[in-house]
Design a protein around this ligand. Structure first.
Ligand SMILES: Cc1cc2nc3c(=O)[nH]c(=O)nc-3n(C[C@H](O)[C@H](O)[C@H](O)COP(=O)(O)OP(=O)(O)OC[C@H]3O[C@@H](n4cnc5c(N)ncnc54)[C@H](O)[C@@H]3O)c2cc1C
Length: 463
């Protein structure tokens, strides 16, 4: 299913919307605000972006200040505007950054692009409020949005809370202690950079955040050594430098199972190979129908997919830029990076350092740091986020049945504890993964932002 950004046929019962609170000012929040402002010229509309850090457009993904952290999607697919696919390319060219549509820009540049795009549509209807929202309660036919210092009214609220920090690392169910060697937040580059220039570091995880971590550590300390360890021990596949051929991936009609789906995709890859087409085109060819295919799987089949096929899918779908793959190759050749299979078995606190052993092969490491790169937490039941906990307690949100974010409709309305739509409460971004599966990257987020803005714009009553 590709989300049809406009116009929409069914309007939720959100009454008259004058004031929209967008909670979270990462990519999802900024794109939602851009769409809201661009869609309406009503002078009575007010859009407030609440952003904990006070700086919008960055979030976890684009907040990195390491220029070697690249987008994992080609520039030509990363436009903020669904109906203007070359928008990022035009911006990159105009600002002297790049003229390569196949290239992978630094992620920090993408934050500047989002900020520029927001500035283009911003007028006195937009307000950016610094500070973390701690609670949202129903009030006066809408909501009261509460931060530590303020309370404000909103007719509608869009949660754009994004990527939660990873689930804590544990040994035998006990979380690792808060110790100098334990880096629980992989996106805290400041902390990473304080490690000794000859540090030995164990990175738990082998996906894209683990790779960012290795790059920062190894580029900024020639004598550092990194071991990445994960259950699968598998790195994401690289993009190829040039990828031109398009492939329309077909999935059988009728009842679909996870195993049947995996078999169909394998067959498509084989058919593509026979015609000299790369498997990457088959994976990319699935993108327009992925959300639709996901919804054809029953809950049980989705569970089976997660248990059996998800890792294979992840390493092929979430690929790394070719430049990044070359860096990793170099580190491995230099003997500074190892990638292993395993999970934490024992961790012994040695003060400034720790000793670790992993299963299944009993490997042992004496390291200066362990970095938790196991990926954003999606399980609402395990979150320590104060706002999500408060919303859950109020019955305004409920966990997705597969613990992949929040329970939502396909168009982003939140479902409360009673399973019914909570009028006026929406979400955009990674929290919709359980409903849509593909919901974490810009191509999907920009469509969601446009769709939610369209729903809300229909409820805006001109002054
Ligand atoms: C390391 C990394 C790299 C990625 N690279 C790419 C890529 O190259 N291409 C791509 O398409 N996708 C990429 N993604 C996917 C990414 O999920 C999306 O592209 C996008 O950045 C998600 O934006 P977001 O706003 O939903 O979430 P986030 O970036 O997590 O932003 C959420 C924001 O909300 C704020 N916030 C949270 N709670 C509150 C609160 N209670 N009150 C106020 N503010 C709050 C946070 O401070 C944060 O700024 C990447 C993801 C990660 C983690």
């Amino acid at each position: 299913m590709t989300i049809d950004a406009s116009p929409v046929s069914s309007v939720p019962d959100v009454g008259t919307v004058r004031r929209v609170a967008v909670i979270g000012g990462g990519a999802s929040g900024v794109l939602t605000a851009i769409n809201l402002l661009a869609r309406s010229d009503d002078p009575g509309l007010e859009v407030v972006i609440h952003e904990a850090s006070g700086v919008v457009g960055r979030g976890v993904a684009y907040g990195t200040n390491d220029q070697r952290h690249l987008l994992n999607v080609r520039a030509r697919h990363m436009s903020a505007l669904p109906d203007s696919p070359s928008d990022l390319l035009d911006w990159a060219l105009r600002t002297g950054r790049s003229d390569d549509p196949q290239g992978f820009l630094p992620r920090a540049d993408f934050a500047i692009y989002l900020q520029d795009r927001l500035t283009d549509v911003a007028d006195d209807r937009l307000r950016i409020q610094a500070g973390r929202v701690l609670d949202v309660a129903r009030a006066d036919g809408g909501f009261e949005v509460r931060t530590e210092r303020s309370r404000s009214h909103a007719d509608a609220v869009v949660l754009c809370l994004g990527n939660q920090p990873p689930r804590p690392l544990t040994v035998d169910g006990t979380p690792l202690p808060d110790a100098p060697w334990h880096l629980a937040n992989p996106w805290d580059l400041g902390r990473l950079r304080t490690l000794p220039s000859d540090a030995r570091v164990l990175v738990v995880g082998t996906a894209l955040t683990a790779i960012d971590t290795a790059i920062t550590l190894l580029e900024e300390g020639a004598d550092r050594h990194v071991t990445m360890v994960s259950r699968s021990g598998r790195l994401p596949k690289p993009h190829v430098a040039q990828q031109h051929t398009a492939w329309v991936t077909k999935v059988p009609d009728g009842p679909l199972t996870a195993d049947g789906l995996a078999a169909a995709v394998t067959e498509e890859c084989e058919a593509a190979r026979r015609q000299g087409v790369n498997w990457r085109n088959v994976v990319d060819g699935l993108r327009p129908i992925t959300q639709d295919v996901w919804q054809r799987l029953t809950l049980e089949e989705r569970r089976r997919f997660l248990a059996v096929h998800a890792r294979e899918w992840e390493v092929r779908r979430h690929r790394m830029a070719p430049e990044v793959a070359l860096r990793l190759q170099r580190y491995r050749f230099e003997g500074r990076l190892a990638v292993e299979t395993g999970t934490l078995h024992t961790v012994t606190d040695l003060g400034e350092r720790c000793a670790v052993s992993t299963t299944p092969d009993g490997a042992s490491y004496d390291v200066d740091a362990i970095v938790n790169c196991t990926g954003p937490l999606l399980d609402l039941a395990a979150t320590t986020d104060q706002l999500l906990a408060a919303l859950r307690e109020r019955g305004l949100v409920s966990p997705d049945p597969l613990a992949l974010g929040l329970a939502t409709t396909v168009d982003g309305r939140l479902l409360g504890a009673d399973g019914a739509v909570v009028d006026g409460l929406f979400t955009v971004g990674p929290a919709r993964k359980g409903t849509l599966w593909e919901s974490t990257a810009i191509p999907e987020i920009r469509a969601q932002a446009a769709q939610v803005a369209a729903l809300l714009s229909q409820a805006v009553v001109p002054a």
